[in-house]
Design a protein. Sequence first.
Length: 322
Amino acid sequence: MCAAQDDDRTVGRTGEFAVIDRITAGRGQAPTTIVGPGDDAALITSPDGRVVATTDMLVEGRHFRLDWSTPRDIGHKAIAQNGADIASMGAVCTAFLVALGCPAGTPMSVIEELNEGLWREATRAGGSIVGGDLVASEQLVISITALGDLQGREPVLRSGARDGDVVAVAGELGRSAAGLALLDAGVDCGADDALAALVRAHRTPLPPYGRGPEAADAGASALTDISDGLIADLGHLARASGVRIALDRAALTPSDPMVRAASLLGADAGDWVLTGGEDHALVGCFRTPPPSGWTVVGAVRPGSGVVVDGVGWDRPGGWESY
């Protein structure tokens, strides 16, 4: 999909600065942007006086496939996974920096569609794209740096969970993993709206950005986003806090479409809920009942690690880069 094909408007023929001009022209900026694209660096306001920052990279063939996802989907996902990290600190997104590597023969139509996905999700997250970089590379690579503002809140870290806290989730779990499994198996979901929705959940996750600041305002003791899988990410939180997380599998019921997909593929939908990443839901620990819309799925106990119905998890708990 990155080959020139019939479109002679490639990145190489258009040129670096003309490409940048084309993908930034006419785009509005968030109120926190003082200087956006076009200068040596952007200038962003930070009313809180502190800046939350995160970065993540997506590599073609490792993190996405252009035969499974459109460039617009990929741009959406790149912003979503970074914006969820900002939300998981209790902050709101303000700005995104996008560094893009691609072959010279990449059609401009691919870049334009990718750019549309980036901008749409950046806007939904509450920020805007304020700058970045464009370089030649052998494959498509996207690196995002996201910035956020705490708006006077204290950051909610992984290290604050204490014995007696309840563990609660906001957002979907396992739907992206189910969608990935359907894609990997080559299942045609076009005529089945419920299964097609699972595939969409993988291609274009919808993090509950506002739930992060909401959790901070409600006094959450610890918070993280679920990018690698519930067990994997709670394992990081348990280690940072020096506690054990006890999950109740009965509270983690997969949806009917997920159960149907699992039956079709000979898989366990419950495992998708526990280990599937990339839904970018949020999971937090609360000393008082969590806000409405959060689902209690377990509790914090003395000890270490993560247990499910009292039993340690002895299988992979989610995504690992190596």
